[in-house]
Write a protein that binds this ligand. Structure first.
Ligand code: H2B
Length: 115
């Protein structure tokens, strides 16, 4: 499990630093299944999680929501039957902050704990 799961988000404002491309490469190695995609000119982390049915997908969605509230860092989540798509990025800076990699790692851990 990535040691990012043990870390916590720092408060973000518009002056917070985006990850450099070196940091991005290093951090991505801890969460290799996440895709880095550009949406409306802003980089985001995306991953699709497959679950057994709607109830399981909803339970996982709620866990991710609880993590988000605990860290005051919030994702976009698409809940479908047997499938949850999670996207992390930092709205305040229009891109990726270290927080997003921490939250992606915590999301993976929450998923793994349900299996
Ligand atoms: C004050 C509070 O920390 C901010 O509004 C937070 C809330 N959650 C957030 N979540 C994400 N993903 N990006 C942000 O910039 C952000 N800002």
């Amino acid at each position: 499990m990535s040691e990012l799961t043990q870390q916590h988000c720092e408060a973000c404002n518009k002056n917070a630093p985006k990850v450099t491309s070196d940091e991005k490469q290093t951090l991505h190695k801890d969460i290799p299944d996440w895709k880095i995609v550009e949406t409306d000119g802003e980089e985001q982390l995306h991953k699709v999680f497959k679950l057994k049915n709607f109830a399981q997908a909803q339970a996982f969605t709620n866990k991710v929501g609880d993590l988000a509230e605990a860290e005051d860092h919030h994702p976009a989540i698409l809940l479908e039957y047997g499938k949850v798509t999670v996207s992390w990025w930092t709205h305040a800076i229009g891109g990726l902050h270290r927080n997003d990699f921490i939250m992606a790692a915590k999301t993976d851990a929450a998923f793994n704990a349900m299996q």
